[in-house]
Design a protein around this ligand. Structure first.
Ligand code: SF4
Length: 386
């Protein structure tokens, strides 16, 4: 939420990865408009770019497509001047949350050069652009100076981060290593979702195994455990490549996955390959969602579309496997000492990004401290401050 010079504006960044995500964005913007009459609502991001009509009919909404997103400040100034002197309406809703968070998300690149057959994001975000190292370092330093306990590097295809430096490639692993060196005040560095096909992920795992400040957890954009389906998706990894990453991690780095259930042509047998791989490699979390045919993508026109109910049942099935994996992983942590980042209400995050409830006196958010793990519930560890 921005409030300056007699104008109040809410900025909503939307997502179009599935039809459901798009629907929820529409719902959220309608709610904001209802609760904040008089405020200007800037709606940007992928859903606003793909389906502007969904938002344009909502009162006081200004739709800004992705390609104009970086000019948002100019839009705001323009409207601000026009309305200077107007009284500022009260903004309802908990929008100003970022400064209360313990983690700071810093974008390192945008766009993607690949062509997964189900993906609408690359159509909306355009080709890959990696941001300058100095700009990223400045953002990291500003975030640590502001007290954020953890930096999370994000991007549409963050693993493919690339610059050419003195004639040599400067990759995501080089970026992380240099940030750890140039920003010694940064206590925790984490990567958001990464593509397992990118060779630099092997270097990332090696750095994580030795660098205490680099959080040893990778969220892989896995999508399926069946090579047949991965080929149909035009993903660039195989199940064996992911096995190899897990072998390299040697139990020192944990993994979670994104999985699409019910991709066209995914028979029960092919889905079982994904289930079996999840049982074998034991990702501790799986963000599973039913395949959503996005207009304009190759997969939306593929034969052998899977009924929605089947896809949903598969989501439940693989989510249950992930729950078993997480349970086993958490049980193995009981008795260990763990360095955690406190978020709020004495709930902290372990290096594997698992929530842990700390008993006893209140600990201020953003504190980094050692705790002893004393137990586990279904989805959370329990601990005491030591
Ligand atoms: S890697 Fe594939 S799924 Fe990810 S943004 Fe690029 S095209 Fe889309």
């Amino acid at each position: 939420m921005l409030s300056r010079a007699g104008i109040c504006a809410v900025i909503v960044n939307t997502c179009a990865v599935t039809a459901e995500a798009e629907r929820q964005c529409g719902q959220a913007v309608r709610k904001i408009a209802r609760e904040n009459p008089g405020a200007i609502i800037f709606v940007t991001g992928c859903a606003a770019t793909r389906n502007p009509g969904l938002f344009e009919k909502i009162p006081d909404v200004v739709v800004i497509p992705n390609e104009k997103k970086m000019e948002l400040r100019a839009y705001l100034d323009k409207i601000s001047q026009k309305n200077r002197g107007n009284s500022c309406p009260e903004i309802n809703g908990n929008f100003d949350t970022e400064n209360k968070l313990s983690k700071k998300f810093i974008q390192i690149q945008n766009g993607c050069n690949h062509d997964c057959t189900y993906c609408v994001t690359r159509l909306l975000r355009g080709p890959a652009v990696s941001f300058e190292y100095d700009e990223i370092l400045a953002n990291v330093r500003a975030a640590t100076a502001a007290g954020f306990g953890e930096i999370v590097l994000t991007g549409v295809d963050a693993a493919s981060y690339l610059h050419i430096e003195n004639g040599r490639p400067f990759l995501i692993s080089d970026l992380c290593q240099r940030l750890l060196c140039d920003a010694p005040e940064m206590e925790r560095l984490r990567l958001s979702s990464v593509d397992p096909a990118v060779p630099a992920i092997r270097n990332i795992i090696e750095i994580m195994k030795t660098e205490r400040r680099f959080m040893p957890h990778l969220h892989l954009s896995m999508q399926s455990g069946s090579d047949t389906i991965l080929r149909a998706m035009r993903r660039r990894h195989t199940a064996e490549m992911v096995r190899d990453l897990v072998r390299l991690a040697d139990g020192k780095v944990s993994f979670s996955w994104d999985i699409i259930c019910g991709f066209p042509g995914e028979t029960d047998e092919l889905f079982n390959e994904t289930l079996e791989l999840a049982r074998e490699l034991k990702p501790i979390r799986i963000h599973a969602f039913p395949f959503s045919p996005r207009p304009g993508t190759v997969a939306a026109e593929m034969p052998n579309q899977i009924p929605r109910n089947t896809a949903r049942a598969r989501v439940r099935e693989i989510t249950a496997v992930a729950a078993e994996n997480l349970h086993e992983f958490m049980q193995n942590k009981v008795g260990n000492v763990c360095r955690v980042l406190v978020e709020s209400d004495n709930i902290a995050r372990t290096p594997d990004d698992i929530p842990v409830k700390i008993a006893g006196a209140a600990i201020p958010p953003r504190t980094i401290c050692d705790i002893k793990i004393t137990g586990a519930t279904d989805d959370m560890l329990l601990g005491i401050n030591i």
